[in-house]
Design a binder for this molecule. Structure first.
Ligand SMILES: O=C(O)C1=C[C@@H](OP(=O)(O)O)[C@@H](O)[C@H](O)C1
Ligand SMILES: C=C(OP(=O)(O)O)C(=O)O
Length: 478
């Protein structure tokens, strides 16, 4: 893998939006706060990464200007904005925190070649190429060194079957990719809607990408997944629901076939839900310290996988309750109270088998590491293609804390350490993975002397994480 991005004759990237707040600087070795008592507090979470990047794409493909409230400002979402700007969408920040978006001109040739920096963002590297296929021209996509090992084969497959010429500069099915999009791709074929076949078994994002962009093909697309089970199916559900919310009647014909009409999203105004996956470490802080953490604005109905915390945390011995907001029945306050023994000391039970935790897995792993009994995280093999190989990373970091985790092809078995006091303090590595940083922060609550290398990697989806975490442990409201 090359050390530095290759040069290309493409136009430079457009100026990025103003930097996301809270990006540090943090010391390279961050002393993770140790909780000397129960953590108590209320945490106001920023917007969801997955929803922000879907609404940004749908607004860029809409039939008129759109407005978003509560968008997440982070590395992944800023990269999405920059990339959509390069493809011709317009973004302006309103004084009230709103983001106004003008759509990109689908079908019109790009005035110059475009260069897209995907960073390490799966949503950018998978969603953007299919959006790029909607304007004739040349688009080159690359990212961080870690992005060049993430699976991209299904994107290449989908683009080629749509008629885009794709050059793989490095390994086949990996970034960097250069796309040559011919004229007329976004014109209705004579024989009706196109059939797009792709294998999304390595990431649900391949399917979401096809679904999101399909609405801008005049005849729509019929999309068929050809491989083994699609991981993170909640995220496909989120994509279908988001399309429907903006007037695109996307539907599942069967388990592997989807139809999306060639109807552009109507102009919309949307408020992004708080990020329930990033709620995880804060809720886990209550569970591992016997404390109480509340998250306001918890949606009563949501497509986010983080909704699962309401089932996962009780398996570790915590009590979870959602109190409806009297003034706004669409939201409530989620409260998690950690388990305690007769002496008032925290108790984290082993949870047994916890399947399909997908992007929640690193936080669940922190709970499993601190639990008294065994926990098995199963059906998480595709996490080897996330920001890092998360099964390998979690096994290595658990070992640093003195716990032997057994690693299978698609599972991790945690023995149950009996008590956090048995764990040894460690300098935790993060592998450029925001969720490995938050994993280490949760463990550090119970293991004094824990330090985290490159906690700033949390800027990928939550630039304010270290400050919010320190404030919560100090007992300040965030
Ligand atoms: O579409 C999305 O927003 C996401 C889909 C999931 O990807 P995988 O299917 O690759 O797990 C998830 O893990 C990722 O954090 C976000
Ligand atoms: C897997 C994740 O991100 P990405 O969108 O980069 O795939 C994640 O946030 O846990």
């Amino acid at each position: 893998m090359p050390d530095s991005p290759q040069t290309s004759p493409s136009a430079p990237c457009p100026a990025p939006p103003p930097a996301a707040a809270g990006a540090g600087p943090w010391p390279d070795l961050w002393p993770a706060p140790h909780a000397t008592g129960p953590v108590e507090g209320t945490v106001e979470l920023p917007g969801s990464k997955s929803l922000t990047n879907r609404w940004l794409v749908l607004a860029a493909l809409a039939s008129g200007p759109c407005t978003l409230h509560g968008v997440l400002r982070s590395r992944d979402t800023d990269l999405m904005r920059t990339a959509l700007t390069a493809l011709g969408a317009g973004f302006s920040d309103g004084a009230d925190g709103a983001l106004h978006i003008t759509p990109l001109p689908v079908g019109e040739p790009l005035p110059a070649p475009v260069e897209v920096d995907c960073g390490l963002a799966g949503t950018v590297m998978r969603f953007l190429p299919l959006v790029a296929a909607l304007r004739p021209g040349t688009v080159r996509l690359d990212g961080d060194p870690g992005a060049r090992v993430r699976p991209m084969g299904a994107t290449v497959e989908a683009l080629r079957s749509l008629g885009v010429q794709v050059t793989e500069e490095g390994e086949p099915g990996r970034l960097p990719l250069t796309l040559a999009v011919p004229e007329g791709l976004s014109v209705l074929p004579d024989d009706g809607p196109r059939l797009l076949e792709l294998d999304a078994s390595e990431s649900s994002q391949f399917l979401s990408a096809a679904l999101l962009s399909a609405c801008a093909h005049p005849g729509g697309l019929t999309i068929r997944h050809t491989g083994a089970a699609v991981p993170s199916p909640e995220h496909v559900g989120m994509t279908l629901a988001a399309l429907r919310e903006v007037g695109v009647d996307a539907s599942a014909v069967d388990e592997r076939t989807f139809t999306v009409p060639g109807v552009r999203p109507h102009p919309f105004t949307m408020t992004v839900e708080p990020d329930l996956s990033n709620a995880g470490p804060f809720l886990a802080a209550a569970a591992v310290t016997g404390g109480t953490v509340r998250v306001p604005r918890w949606p009563a109905q949501t497509t986010q996988i983080g909704e699962r915390w309401r089932r996962i945390l009780p398996a570790f011995g915590a009590q979870v309750c959602l109190t409806p907001d009297a003034e706004d029945p669409t939201h409530g306050i989620l409260q998690v109270r950690g388990g305690r023994d007769a002496d008032g000391d925290p108790v984290v039970c082993g949870a047994g088998e916890v399947p399909d935790t997908a992007e929640l897995a690193p936080t669940v792993a922190a709970l499993a590491l601190l639990a008294e009994g065994p926990t098995q995280l199963t059906r998480i093999g595709h996490l080897r293609g996330h920001e890092t190989d998360r099964l390998a990373a979690l096994t290595a970091e658990a070992a640093r804390f003195g716990v032997h985790v057994s690693q299978g092809a698609d599972r991790l078995d945690f023995p149950g350490s009996g008590a956090a006091g048995d764990l040894t303090p460690a300098e935790a590595r993060t592998y450029h993975d925001h969720r490995m940083a938050t994993f280490a922060a949760v463990v550090g609550l119970a293991v004094p002397g824990t330090t985290v290398r490159d906690v700033g990697t949390t800027a990928k989806t939550m630039p304010d994480f270290p400050a919010m975490w320190e404030a919560l442990v100090r007992g300040e409201e965030t």
